[in-house]
Design a binder for this molecule. Structure first.
Ligand code: CDP
Ligand code: CDP
Length: 220
């Protein structure tokens, strides 16, 4: 069984996808982490975020892989655990440029489909229901107002000791949503058969309950 969870930045996709996967004992795959890792790879090697050939060369020379640990999914670049390094502001602010490169998407989408082959999976991202797993039994499109999403990111940052002004976070989220929704290849878009859940006024527990109900109704 395949469960696709898409939506804009900070809508709660990974939080909800992780909990649903845990409850159902499914594999969880965070596809955003893959685009972030390619962005980190470019940064580490001083290759421009728009340098398609340079990035493809790096992708052919390095290996990205995932492990599932008790504390969640970890992502490795070759043998190095980069799970934390892919969450920096530098990566966040440039990932949409890298993810708009057609050839990067082709390679990562193939890896994502391979991961979903022969296993029950919850996968979150931007194009899972539309492109990666168009036959997924359950498709959810999570949304929340940009104000609420910035507030959530603000709180999350504070817990990590980072105090980024709320307005800056709101602008970053809006800019990334715009780029992700307007790129040529697999833009962020609700699949026609996806169910939209507006989480603006919902707690994490309420969203998990709602999504579980949808899974029970649609997926079984
Ligand atoms: O967690 P957050 O909302 O910050 O984003 P993410 O899921 O980690 O994704 C980071 C970026 O990767 C997005 O802004 C997109 O540019 C790109 N992405 C994508 O293009 N397609 C996906 N399936 C997942 C992420
Ligand atoms: O994966 P995505 O970028 O869509 O969002 P996330 O990283 O799962 O969630 C962003 C933040 O919002 C996290 O700190 C979550 O704990 C929080 N959140 C929330 O407060 N209420 C929800 N209903 C969903 C997420």
């Amino acid at each position: 069984m395949q469960i696709a969870i898409d939506g804009p930045a900070s809508a709660g996709k990974s939080t909800i996808a992780k909990l649903i996967a845990k409850n159902l004992n499914f594999v969880y795959c965070d596809t955003g982490a893959m685009y972030r890792t390619v962005t980190l790879l470019a940064k580490k090697n001083n290759v421009g975020y728009g340098d398609t050939l340079g990035i493809l060369k790096l992708m052919s020379e390095h290996k990205i892989h995932f492990t599932n640990e008790i504390d969640g999914q970890h992502v490795f670049l070759d043998e190095e655990d980069v799970s934390k390094d892919i969450r920096t502001e530098e990566v966040t602010n440039n990932v949409s440029q890298v993810s708009a490169i057609k050839e990067v998407r082709t390679q990562l989408v193939q890896m994502q489909r391979d991961m979903a082959n022969d296993t029950n999976i919850v996968m979150d991202g931007r194009d899972i229901g539309t492109t990666v797993l168009p036959n997924a039994e359950v498709k959810i499109f999570l949304i929340a107002s940009v104000e609420v999403r910035a507030q959530r990111r603000y709180k999350e940052n504070l817990e990590r000791g980072i105090n980024t002004p709320l307005k800056e976070l709101q602008d970053e989220i809006a800019a990334r949503d715009y780029k992700d929704s307007h790129r040529e290849i697999s833009p962020l878009k609700k699949a026609d058969d996806a169910i939209e859940v507006d989480t603006s006024d919902m707690t994490i527990e309420e969203v998990v309950k709602k999504v579980s109900e949808i899974v029970n109704k649609q997926g079984r």
